[in-house]
Design a protein around this ligand. Structure first.
Ligand SMILES: C[S@@+](CC[C@H](N)C(=O)[O-])C[C@H]1O[C@@H](n2cnc3c(N)ncnc32)[C@H](O)[C@@H]1O
Ligand code: SF4
Length: 469
């Protein structure tokens, strides 16, 4: 993609949304994780690391650390988490994670500088500040971390676990980006999902983050939760905009899939807003955020125009990986901790999902990878196309063909009737070379990407996809 400006226009098109309301992947990877297989293990992964380092010895690294613990359960939660108020359980986890950092670090020379770190979960704020500091020390001991002014070092924090002073300490440890889980500010909704979080608490956390130099403060909201109405969610939005004033907002759609996510069985399904109400909440959310000056960056994500994510999107410099959208040109992503996923040039690898399996592998002095995938040439082409669509909302066939060394039209001949159909239905505009997602099609970007997903049409079918509304 050249540095041409990408338009950030988005429009709520009810007819289009209703027509395309079908479940699909969120494309934090392509192929998606359900296609990983156990034939790909630590040995294959190490070969991929060696290949990547040989191809580009100074390619930057991005580290993802998964801290799975949470003190109490939020009933809607679909994250990879372990709920326990017993903080002692974090102790062996931390020791093992530090050993994994040391094992993994041996595969990289200092030339491979770490320009991005992300602590995700679960709740990374479950750890004590001393534990977090130790973890950071281990990263520093075993990897070459970029200077704080050049690195993007983020943490997902639960305000309920950030007593006064916590955020100052996180800054002092080295973090400079922060995201807070909020979801909804109404007490009745919070009670229905078992997450009581007074707005004053979130407000104090946001203020502390700003006072300590955190950039791009993000808040997570969810629409479609029990007892939400148009009026109640608008109230939440008003307070978020006026009193919390985040640089970025993630507004996720709640997908109720109690058959896959056990805590969701504790949600009273009769209290969920019906699809029609959810649609109106989404419509109103977009209108209100645009009016407040936010721009639609990409799937579920809004940002102020001056935020680095919004600027990167305008300039065609946005990227997508397991953590969502990022401004960093694709670096190799190293996943550490339970369930975490690594992404190298040509492969994905995922760690074990249960503590005993994870502990056993690391105790044996091995990487804890239980499955992965070596991408075929076709996978890599399609991944590029899907990721560019997700980030740029447009695709230049000639430029893409040139970049990937392919004849685009020949490569995607099978997809061209589907592209023509999306043009006819108003999802895409197409001048024969430039395919551009319309303002109304942007909320349905995953549906556009699905047309390029080989596995959806030909591969084994997978489960647990969510919908747009
Ligand atoms: C790892 S949590 C964020 C950090 C911390 N655990 C917290 O909740 O504050 C990631 C985010 O995923 C979102 N999320 C979790 N389950 C979801 C679901 N079923 N549907 C939509 N969003 C969900 C929530 O917005 C949540 O803030
Ligand atoms: S939303 Fe966050 S705090 Fe709540 S259960 Fe999920 S990961 Fe834990």
């Amino acid at each position: 993609m050249t540095a041409s400006l990408v338009s950030q226009e988005v429009r709520f098109d009810r007819a289009l949304i209703e027509k395309y309301d079908r479940a699909g992947p969120r494309y934090t990877s392509y192929p998606t994780a359900p296609h990983f297989h156990e034939g790909f293990g630590p040995r294959e992964f190490q070969l991929e690391i060696a290949r990547s380092s040989a191809e580009q010895p100074d390619r930057a690294l991005s580290l993802y650390l998964h801290i799975p613990f949470c003190d109490t359960v939020c009933y809607y939660c679909a994250c990879n988490k372990i709920i326990t108020p017993d903080r002692a359980r974090a102790v062996p986890y931390l020791e093992t994670l530090i050993r994994e950092i040391s094992l993994m670090g041996r595969h990289f020379t200092p030339e491979r500088q770490v320009t991005q770190i992300h602590f995700g979960g679960g709740s990374p704020s479950y750890l004590t500040l001393d534990q977090t500091r130790r973890l950071w020390g281990a990263l520093r001991d075993h990897f070459n971390l970029a200077d704080r002014s050049r690195g993007e070092f983020g943490i997902e924090a639960d305000p309920r676990e950030c007593p006064e002073g916590t955020i100052a300490h996180l800054a002092e440890i080295g973090f400079n980006r922060i995201s807070f889980g909020v979801q909804d500010l109404e007490y009745a909704v919070q009670k229905a999902v078992n997450r009581i979080q007074p707005v004053e608490l979130t407000q104090r956390c946001v203020a502390e983050a700003r006072a300590h130099g955190f950039q791009s403060v993000n808040l997570d909201l969810i629409y479609g939760l029990p007892l939400q109405t148009e009026a109640s969610f608008l109230k939440t939005l008003e307070v978020v905009i006026r009193d919390l004033d985040p640089d970025r907002l993630a507004v996720f759609n709640y997908a109720h899939l109690p058959q896959y996510f056990t805590p969701q069985r504790r949600i009273d399904a009769t209290q969920l807003p019906p699809p029609e109400v959810k649609l109106r909440i989404l419509e109103q959310t977009i209108a209100r955020l645009l009016e407040a000056g936010y721009v639609y960056v990409g799937m579920d994500h809004f940002a102020k125009p001056g935020d680095e994510l919004a600027m990167a999107q305008r300039q065609g410099g946005l990227h997508r990986n397991f953590q969502g959208y990022t401004t960093r040109a694709e670096c190799d992503l190293v996943g550490l901790g339970l369930t975490s996923i690594s992404q190298f040039g040509h492969a994905y690898a995922q760690n074990y999902k249960t503590l005993p399996e994870y502990y056993a592998r690391i105790d044996a002095g091995e990487l804890a990878i239980f499955r992965g995938l070596a991408l075929t040439a076709d996978d890599r082409i399609r991944r590029d196309v899907i990721m560019r669509l997700l980030c740029d909302f447009q695709l230049d066939r000639a430029a893409t063909g040139k970049r990937l060394g392919i004849d685009f039209n020949a490569c995607f001949a099978e997809e061209s009737p589907e592209i023509a159909r999306m043009v006819a239905e108003g999802l895409l505009e197409d001048d024969g070379n430039l395919m551009r997602v319309t303002a109304g099609g942007r909320l349905l970007i995953r549906n556009v990407c699905m047309a390029f997903d080989w596995y959806l049409a030909h591969g084994p079918q997978t489960k647990a996809f969510s919908k747009t509304i």
